[in-house]
Ligand binder design. Structure first.
Ligand SMILES: [Zn+2]
Length: 471
């Protein structure tokens, strides 16, 4: 082209521009809204910029500190990581300014994004649920709109196509045991199981009908099946984590950050000024963080529980052990199966009853074997022990109860109950907790009898805390 004049080049260039313009105009011609090949744009490959190896899902901005040390380690191994918060952070107190409630949430969302950028994650979303201060995950899902959050969670799995999802443990444990934390684990589990199913949120995987129009109509994603699901938690006792998943040292030196993984996690928490980050930064500068173990795992190892793996690997193997690089086909979970009870029974109700159905429905039976039912109650608070009686018989039954409670707890006897044929009967024991902290597990044991025969018993161990969220 060296003999072509500048003028000729300019004319050629303008001609190419005109041709592109004419093509676009014809494709978007209002009189002919359908392109010749309406699916051509959807044959593009999914956006590779969004593909990650690991999707970390937490509830509140600052919860990501539970995973920071591991995320740094994974990124050092060349993994790509995305991060999701399910709620905004509109609850709690502000440790730096007067901003509260929604204003504080806007600040916390931004603080979380800064922490995520510090970690080196490649994509971040906040699903904008609402803080719900209780231990009950179903209250959290109700307050934030379970369907709306799940819709977004499944979409993000399909956008980011993670091999592994790491989330809060969907299990009631002692300690803070925030309902929002458990709810984010429930959402993660549901999204893990649904994202590969094209009939779940099908509008997300329908090819956009008018990809050249502004009103693109449906989303053009593809189904995606993650391979492994791991959980973390922060109970008052970590004994049950042992042997249930991989552990990673917090005292090893990170080759990319030149300090311990625990201290990197602490530095990630500094961005959460509204939640103690400013004080933490000052402590780090004074080299006075040794005594600070909560909420940052400075020296304790990062411990995970394997929820399930759809690929071959050992329980305590590395998070990415066995992962198939190209992805795996969809695997349907068992789903809920109604029990075939033939005799009257007494069981724990409430969230314990919910999890009893949830775990096997999602292939997480192992979570039901980790600990006996337990809960934290604040000194001077009230324990609610929910129960459910089932009567599969063809006639009504009369049921009497006996309660064994630890000393210092006050409660009224449970009156006899009549359960109609083929019906259930919900009841709960309410007990006032002692006003001073008692050490050790506080064991409750309730038995039920009908026609002089035992029809079941429930056990609940309670830890008295100086502070605890309401049940
Ligand atoms: Zn939290």
């Amino acid at each position: 082209m060296k003999n072509v004049s500048h003028l000729t080049k300019a004319v050629l260039f303008l001609g190419v521009l005109a041709a592109i313009g004419a093509f676009r105009a014809s494709a978007q011609d209002a009189s002919n809204p359908w392109p010749k090949d309406p699916y051509y744009a959807n044959n593009r490959k999914p956006d590779s910029r969004l593909k990650v190896d690991l999707l970390v899902v937490v509830a509140h901005p600052d919860d990501e500190v539970m995973a920071t040390a591991y995320v740094i380690r994974a990124i050092e191994q060349g993994k790509r990581v995305a991060l999701v918060w399910t709620v905004r952070g509109n609850g709690g107190t502000n440790e730096v300014g007067p901003e509260q409630a929604e204003a504080m949430a806007d600040i916390r969302v931004m603080e979380g994004m800064k922490a995520g950028a510090f970690m080196g994650v490649t994509a971040m979303w906040n699903l904008e649920g609402f803080d719900t201060p209780s231990q009950n995950p179903l209250e959290s899902l109700d307050a934030s709109g379970h369907g709306r959050l799940l819709d977004r969670m499944v979409r993000i799995v399909r956008i980011t196509r993670p091999n592994v999802i790491l989330a809060w443990l969907p299990l009631g444990v002692t300690g803070e045991n925030h309902g929002d934390h458990q709810a984010s684990g429930i959402l993660s589990t549901e999204a893990f199981d649904m994202a590969g199913d094209p009939t779940a949120f099908p509008e997300q995987v329908a090819p956009a009908r008018e990809p050249l129009q502004n009103s693109n109509r449906t989303e053009g994603l593809r189904p995606w099946q993650p391979q492994k699901l791991y959980f973390f938690s922060n109970p008052t006792h970590m004994d049950f984590f042992s042997g249930q998943g991989p552990e990673y040292s917090s005292t090893e030196i990170s080759p990319s950050r030149h300090t311990t993984y625990g201290e990197v996690a602490a530095r990630g928490f500094v961005f959460h000024g509204t939640q103690g980050g400013v004080a933490l930064e000052s402590a780090i500068e004074k080299h006075a963080i040794d005594g600070l173990e909560e909420p940052i795992p400075l020296t304790k190892p990062t411990q995970f529980i394997l929820g399930k793996s759809l690929v071959k690997c050992g329980v305590t193997d590395d998070v990415f052990a066995g992962v198939v690089p190209g992805g795996i086909p969809f695997q349907r979970v068992p789903g809920y199966t109604a029990g075939a009870e033939t005799a009257p029974s007494l069981k724990l109700g409430g969230t314990w009853g919910y999890y009893r159905d949830f775990w096997p429905a999602h292939g997480l039976e192992r979570l039901g074997t980790l600990i006996p039912p337990e809960v934290s109650i604040q000194v001077g608070g009230v324990l609610s022990l929910p129960m459910v009686l089932e009567n599969p018989l063809d006639h009504p039954i009369k049921v009497g109860f006996r309660v064994q409670a630890p000393s210092g707890w006050k409660f009224s006897p449970i009156p006899d109950a009549t359960v109609e044929a083929h019906d259930r009967y919900l009841l709960r024991l309410l007990s006032d907790a002692p006003t001073t902290k008692l050490p050790g597990w506080q064991q409750f044991h309730v038995t039920a009898e009908s026609d002089g025969k035992s029809i079941g018993a429930v056990d609940l161990r309670v830890e008295l805390e100086g502070w605890a969220l309401q049940q």
